[in-house]
Design a protein around this ligand. Sequence first.
Ligand code: ADP
Ligand code: MG
Length: 235
Amino acid sequence: YNHSLQRTEKMKIISDLAASVAHEVRNPLQVTRGFLQLLSSRTDEKNKTYFDLATNELDRASDIITDFLTFAKPDLETIVVLDMYEEMKKIEAMMTPMASMYGGVLLFKSQEQLYFRGNSSKLKQALINIIKNSIEAIGSDGWIKINADTEGEEVIVRIADNGDGMDDEEVAKLGIPFFSTKTKGTGLGLMVTFRIIEAMRGTIVFHSVKTKGTEVIIRFPLIVKDSELPNEIGA
Ligand code: ADP
Ligand code: MG
């Protein structure tokens, strides 16, 4: 009689179930969001604020489900050669509005042609979770500097903020499910981020000083040889 085998199979069933429920719930949320936006374009300024609030809450629900889905099914379906420079441009476009909503500035700087292996949508999810934390940690004179470069045989991404920072005890708890210091936090964001980066053979390190700010350093193995590139790009 093998307990551990039984447990593994049970866990697989539970995580499959969780993943399909999460997936099914996300679709109606997206449809609702679409109708809200349509209604918002047909109403006065005062009502628009309510539509925006409703849309924001829907987005929050959607984000929680996305994290949850990755937790239940962390596999990266497709790994291809990515260029961090291109990924940075997409993330900049996505995150700049949120940063300015919180009164902070996002400052991006990236070398071109930073090739590494990964999954674009999962990478986005991982980096957005980190950047969101920075945005939530900064005040009205806050900045977040995001820098992508090479260092030795690695692609290195640094995300630094001048926000609340953390003490060593808090840093040690990062990535533990449900660890959150926020009233509206889920404590799932970094757990998911760690999983994704690990699956891409990357590493992540946090340096933080309470009341001063935080720096997150992420590294991926760099692909240097041109001969490694063809027929994998865009696959
Ligand atoms: P959540 O954001 O839902 O709280 P996360 O896993 O994303 O969950 O983060 C866990 C906790 O780590 C946060 O609640 C916060 O206390 C701390 N944290 C993460 N990043 C930062 C940061 N850049 N500055 C200050 N605190 C941070
Ligand atoms: Mg978070």
